[in-house]
Design a protein around this ligand. Structure first.
Ligand SMILES: Nc1nc2c(c(=O)[nH]1)N[C@H]1C(S)=C(S)[C@@H](COP(=O)(O)OP(=O)(O)OC[C@H]3O[C@@H](n4cnc5c(=O)[nH]c(N)nc54)[C@H](O)[C@@H]3O)O[C@H]1N2
Ligand SMILES: Nc1nc2c(c(=O)[nH]1)N[C@H]1C(S)=C(S)[C@@H](COP(=O)(O)OP(=O)(O)OC[C@H]3O[C@@H](n4cnc5c(=O)[nH]c(N)nc54)[C@H](O)[C@@H]3O)O[C@H]1N2
Ligand code: SF4
Ligand SMILES: [Mo]
Length: 740
């Protein structure tokens, strides 16, 4: 038997690890990490190793589907679907105007950059600004904070250089975010061996908290106060970099006075941390010379995420933890433009007030986009501007959005719901059209997405000029009729007589990117996939076609780039980073005002906190028999003390009741979770009209949230972690097998 090894990019999450798939007689038989890959260095996770099988799961859609009058779905060719959907969109535009058509781009609308670029061009062609993404139900504080604080042009230090790291509500070893690179375990181990110190802020002893030098195992929802306390203490003890603050920032005095109330004693009360713990963390962070801070979903979903993300940047600026003149810049950018190599910061910019206003809750577009948490209301609220048609690209609103009950009403109220998805998701079940795409190994892959994420902040993207390209390694399933998403948008534009002007993703500056568009005129023939990538990466530092034609790029390679040093700030540079942005300080004043307000633990004694599992990615992989063996039920991790108080045994079904709804999960006793917290993964469960299935699909944590209470005024994100709940053992106990 002949074994052939094919190099490929995993596309099951944003990390884009370099993998090798072994084929025997043309059939894929095994996948493993590629130890020679310069970025992922042999790393793979179970999802990546299963991805070759994902293509042929029995649940894989081989045809697009059209909803019938009786509510069932019948197969339909994608070409017919494109013609029918575009007719319907045109009719809706004719009656209600272009803004009645919205798009929601979920995680797989990011993982497939060509799909996203064409979808955005389609929205521009129909003249609708109603573009929503998962960013505003993820870490929307990041965009707000970057704009309000300004961008340090040279960027932050990378993990090889760190002497310290502070992780706030993020668990990079599982999630692959937070700056530890593409092999987070290995990189963390190497950094610690070198002497790097780690501070973790998390109510749970997460994988990274196990390795922390200081773990602040706080109550959830107090991150802004904790970071404010650390910043205050650093200033009080004079640990900050006074020269950097003086030369490169504005707003120090305003910051200092806003931080005054955040004494260790005051912050101790709500956070549940001891004053000494907070002081020790401040002293440790204040001792670092080249460090990074990463806030994750935990810090963004539990209230005051903008303030937490802003303090992340403020702390780095207080300490001058940014790359300086003479430091090495190892990655000028390969497929995506890199940061300018100058030691200078831009000033504060408005993070809202420039874009589309929504009709509900005074919400509007911000630096993180339109507030997705308000999209259900925009669909349900009658009157001019009501959204009538929704295109869902690689997302699953029914299991991912907060306030599942309202989301369900909204999805049913639409005149047209179109989902691009390779399987019948809970949202697809409600769709008028389900467009079945080619996926992952059936298409060209590039590492552009991961490089694109450099714009998220320090530690994202690649530290070296790394690139990988892969050609399709699997045929589409026999008898299938599938398209790439961009082909569908191209076909719809054609049938509506619209030109598509595809804007590059390679250039982060919006105005610059607008000068790098590629025109696909109405009715033009479908471009080949390489031409499509050329358009999507137009203006990239290294031309896409050159990289594509480089055989070495197939395995993943470092490009030859001249060594480059960060240059001094230009003499006429007037801008400075802003550590005292008034709107952010106002949010901090509100956080300060809460310090003395006792949390209500009477009605709702517990808090649901979100977490990720290594085997599952959001709502994906539940259909994989192998994964389900590893994670047989929807787990609720509970501290033994709470288990005892509630009379719960491991494997019991627990009812979790918030002010909004009740869901059921299976308990796992976990001393790692702070008592009073319940650590539950999201994107499980069924639709609200389905029977509970506690041992199967589990519960949906989105159902526990109201989207219109405790929401962020800028991004609309409501509480999606730190959700107040009460718990009880379910009276009807199905027999649960103990989880492995
Ligand atoms: N295996 C796997 N990888 C993934 C995903 C997945 O589903 N599975 N999802 C992907 C996506 S979409 C994203 S956005 C990233 C997210 O990446 P991360 O933000 O790193 O997500 P988590 O791993 O859930 O880590 C969040 C941590 O926050 C803690 N936490 C919860 N509430 C609070 C709080 O109020 N304060 C603090 N300080 N901590 C809190 C939780 O205990 C948890 O350890 O991961 C991505 N990667
Ligand atoms: N309570 C709570 N809620 C949360 C979170 C939380 O931590 N707690 N996390 C939030 C976060 S960070 C995020 S990002 C959102 C996730 O929000 P979404 O992106 O809306 O949800 P996913 O489950 O990732 O949906 C991805 C969909 O893409 C489909 N898909 C897979 N591969 C492909 C492909 O190649 N092409 C196409 N077209 N589709 C594909 C999958 O079948 C799936 O239905 O959820 C948010 N919701
Ligand atoms: S971490 Fe992400 S990219 Fe890497 S193997 Fe796992 S799913 Fe694939
Ligand atoms: Mo996310």
């Amino acid at each position: 038997m002949e074994t052939e090894r094919k190099h490929v990019i995993c596309r099951a999450c944003h990390a884009q690890c370099g993998l090798i798939v072994d084929f025997e007689d043309g059939v894929p038989v095994a996948t493993h990490g590629d130890k020679d890959n310069p970025a992922s260095a042999g790393y793979s996770c179970i999802k990546g190793r299963e991805l070759m099988n994902y293509h042929s799961f029995p649940t894989r859609l081989k045809h697009s589907l059209e909803r019938q009058p009786d509510g069932s779905h019948a197969p339909c060719s994608w070409n017919d679907a494109a013609a029918k959907v575009s007719d319907k969109i045109q009719a809706i535009i004719d009656e209600h105007g272009p803004e009645s058509v919205a798009i929601y781009i979920g995680t797989f609308g990011f993982n497939t950059l060509t799909a996203q670029a064409f979808a955005l061009a389609f929205m521009e062609a129909i003249n609708s600004p109603m573009i929503f993404t998962s960013v505003t139900i993820d870490q929307p504080g990041k965009g707000i904070a970057w704009f309000q604080h300004g961008f340090w042009q040279a960027g932050a230090y990378r993990h090889e250089e760190w002497d310290g790291l502070m992780l706030v509500g993020t668990n990079p070893v599982v999630s692959m975010q937070g700056g530890l690179g593409m092999n987070p375990n290995k990189n963390l181990h190497a950094a610690k061996k070198r002497g790097m110190k780690l501070i973790v802020i998390d109510p749970r002893v997460s994988d990274v908290a196990k390795k922390a030098d200081i773990h602040l195992q706080c109550r959830p929802g107090e991150d802004a106060a904790i970071l404010a306390c650390i910043a205050r203490q650093i200033i009080e003890e004079d640990l900050h970099d006074k020269a950097f603050v003086e030369e490169e920032t504005v707003g120090f005095e305003e910051l200092k006075s806003t931080l005054a109330p955040f004494t260790p004693e005051a912050v101790s009360k709500r956070s549940g941390l001891k004053p000494e713990e907070l002081i020790a963390a401040a002293r440790m962070y204040g001792s670092f010379k080249k460090a990074d801070i990463a806030c994750g979903t935990g810090a963004n979903m539990s209230g005051y995420g903008n303030a937490a993300e802003y303090l992340n940047k403020v702390l780095m600026s207080l300490m001058g933890h940014w790359k300086r003149e003479g430091d090495l810049r190892r990655n000028p950018g390969v497929l995506i433009e890199g940061f300018p190599p100058i030691a200078a910061g831009t000033g504060s910019e408005p993070a809202w007030g420039f874009g589309k206003k929504l009709r509900v809750r005074d919400l509007e577009e911000s630096a993180s986009g339109l507030p997705t948490a308000a999209l259900a209301d925009e669909i349900l609220t009658p009157g001019e501007g009501q959204i009538k048609a929704l295109i869902v690209l690689g997302g699953n609103p029914m299991l991912a959005w907060p306030d599942q009950i309202k989301t369900f009403e909204a999805m049913k109220a639409l005149d047209l719901l179109v989902c691009f998805d390779p399987r019948m998701s809970k949202t697809c079940e409600l769709a008028d059209y389900v467009i079945a795409p080619k996926i992952h190994y059936e298409t060209i892959g590039t590492t552009a997405l991961n490089e694109f994420l450099t714009s998220f902040g320090g530690g994202w993207g690649y530290e070296e000029p790394y690139v990988q390209i892969c050609d399709p390694i699997l045929d589409t399933p026999p008898g299938s009729d599938l398209c790439e998403e961009h082909e569908f948008f191209h076909a719809m534009a054609g049938s509506m007589g619209l030109d598509l002007n595809v804007k590059t993703k390679a250039i982060l500056d919006h105005d610059q990117a607008a000068n790098h568009k590629t025109l696909f005129p109405a009715g033009s023939p479908l471009p080949d996939p390489v031409t499509v990538w050329d358009a999507v990466l137009k203006g990239s530092p290294m031309p896409f076609r050159e990289v594509y034609n480089d055989p070495e790029a197939r395995k993943g390679r470092l490009m030859d780039c001249p060594e480059e040093r960060i240059q001094a700030k230009p003499a006429d540079w007037a801008e400075r980073l802003c550590i005292g942005a008034p709107a952010m300080l106002e949010e901090l004043d509100e956080v300060a005002a809460r310090l003395d307000v006792k949390q209500d633990f009477e009605t709702y004694p517990y808090r649901v906190i979100s977490r990720r599992l290594s085997d599952i990615h959001n709502s994906n992989w539940h259909e994989d028999p192998l994964q389900r063996k590893r994670v047989p039920h929807h787990p609720a991790f509970i501290n033994p003390k709470d288990m005892n108080d509630l009379g719960l045994a491991p494997g019991d079904v627990v009812e979790i009741e918030s002010a909004r709804a009740t869901i059921k999960c299976v308990t796992i006793e976990s001393p790692e979770v702070r008592a009073g917290c319940l650590s539950v993964p999201h994107a499980w469960g069924g639709n609200p009209d389905e029977d509970d299935d506690p041992l199967g699909a589990g519960g949906n944590t989105g159902r526990l949230s109201f989207n219109d209470r405790d929401f962020d005024r800028r991004t609309g994100i409501p509480l999606m972690s730190a959700i107040p709940v009460r718990l009880r053992r379910a009276s009807n106990q199905p027999v649960a097998e103990a989880a492995e």
